[in-house]
Design a protein around this ligand. Sequence first.
Ligand code: NAD
Length: 293
Amino acid sequence: MTAHILDGKALAAALRADLAQRAAKLPYRAGLAVVLVGEEAASAVYVRNKARAADAIGVTAWTIRLPAGTTEAALLAEIARLNGDPDVDGILVQLPLPPQIRPEAVIGAIDPTKDVDGFHPLNVGRLHSGAPGLVPCTPLGVMKLLAHAGTALRGARAVVLGRSAIVGKPVAELLLRADATVTLAHSRTRDLAAECRRAEVIIAAVGRAELVRGDWVANDAVVIDVGINRRADGSLVGDVAFDECVDHAGAITPVPGGVGPMTIACLLENTLAAAAARRDQKSIQRPLRSQSP
Ligand code: NAD
């Protein structure tokens, strides 16, 4: 049987439409500040897409462009200004930063209530201790795709490939909260293929083109492909050999058009959540169940 192809583009569009309705009902206009240091082409595209998406749902977006030679002190001063601006609900600093700036210093300087990327140590700690907080956007998007696929996670064997702080680790934590039995695999994992074959759910976030082959994927497994890799001809390909899996997986995301669009939609959701939490002085509530023992 052919896999259910999880259309992240359509799901993200539905989420954005819902967020636009929510934004329209607010007594204020939520605001997102996106900071770009330097002129890296890919980063400039990401920043433009984020600002456009915010604008389209009725969230004010400010793009702050700083030269590549910006000092860490100057960037920290800009962050402090945004932290203190009551119109700014979300602050996102596009990574990577130039070498003279320590990303951890910048991320740590963002007001945690405005940290819509969910990278601040306080939000990371909240996620891993099960407390409410802002959760990184790509992992949130992965969970929404799984929910959309109707994947039963309780007790399911899930394998996450990749242990980055941005994707792999937070995805593993969210799966654990959903009561999956999680294996977090990485570059030193022995026999990755065998780990995958056992899994009912595979999340690939490695950054290696088509690493996951068709015979690594069990019949009916749900496969979420976070990877974005550029082929020599300029086309994009995921971490999973889609064509080899589509005939027997239960569900699978395409690349592009899977996780990518969900990431931006979840950024907007985080911005509205941050706005509501700060402006209404409520703690940030996430529609996540607390973990069972
Ligand atoms: P990263 O480079 O920080 O981490 C990659 C991880 O993969 C590491 O933990 C490493 O241990 C593991 N790894 C490397 N080679 C491996 C191998 N051969 N076998 C098993 N594990 C291996 O990358 P990241 O930031 O987590 O991103 C991963 C991929 O996801 C990239 O392709 C990136 O472009 C993509 N990405 C997509 C989105 C999106 O919105 N769709 C967002 C973030 C990242």
